[in-house]
Design a protein around this ligand. Sequence first.
Ligand SMILES: Cc1cc2nc3c(=O)[nH]c(=O)nc-3n(C[C@H](O)[C@H](O)[C@H](O)COP(=O)(O)O)c2cc1C
Length: 330
Amino acid sequence: MSGPIRLRGLEISPPLLLAPMAGLTHSALRRLILELGGIGLLSTEMLSAKRLPMENPQLSPYLVRSPQETPLSYQLLVSREEEVAPAIAKLHALGAEAIDLNLGCPAPTVRRMGAGSRLMDEPALVRALVAAARKETDLPLTAKIRLGETLDEERLQDFCRMLEGEGIDLLNVHARLRGEPFVRKPRWPWVGKVKGWVNIAVVANGGIFSVADAKNCLAQSGADGLMIGRAAAIHPWLFAELAHEVYGLGPGIGELNKPALYLRFIELLEESFLPERRLGRLKEFSHYFAKNYPFGHHLASAVQSSDNLEEAKERACAFFAKNEADVKLT
Ligand SMILES: Cc1cc2nc3c(=O)[nH]c(=O)nc-3n(C[C@H](O)[C@H](O)[C@H](O)COP(=O)(O)O)c2cc1C
């Protein structure tokens, strides 16, 4: 397997990246993943370039960050050239270690703003945005893309080469077309095509939930690294497992106590966020973490219908007591 990814003084080792995910990749999940080990590069969720300059980093749940969360990439949702410089100045002030441009989000609200995957239809605008960003920062500048609207090799090749030409240092490729849902198998060989077209690092994203998936994806794509999204909330220990099993780094995972991890996540939410910001984030996380259990939908719905964090915690503990022999309810 390939070694670390080196970008302008940043070493991503192991080459395992957390995918940006709205509502999920906040300080608490990032800290949980760090405690478990194996992560090469953390990420924020997408941040609106328009709003970013006004956000208070002490109060904004999107910007809260503890000193140990490093290296941390900040993802920008940007569609107007004039928003680039103020947003990047703010990211420099926040101590960003890398900046990612969101060119792949298919959400209708994002596309209506002319942002996310909508930008893949506007290569001239993307060229201007990337050039403006490159002018403002010496930090590693990455872009996260999908494969496009339809399978069009020539178009995708031109787009990726344009990104490289304008100074993008690494491409994160979510191996699906814009309209393809998660149930569709990701097109990992297309990440390999991208890799053949450019000389910058290419990271594969989409559908990696296990060591076997990671090995298959690497075999099919030859990618320089892997970016993990939903599995980071289902199995936050997956990075440590992949680091050991795929890259021969770190001790791997010892015995896992899933209820203890869930309770640790609640603790981290309490440390990171104001009380009114905690329950929503626990609900979002529980939707994914519940997939560890055959009757996980009971956990997800019990937390979903809770009115406060204490109630959610009690209900989760009751679920674990029924579903885990080794639970310690302290
Ligand atoms: C809840 C959720 C929120 C997401 N938010 C973002 C985002 O803010 N920016 C982005 O580029 N992609 C976002 N994505 C897409 C992921 O980064 C990733 O590309 C996708 O989930 C496929 O990877 P996976 O199969 O490992 O989950 C989001 C995905 C999910 C499930």
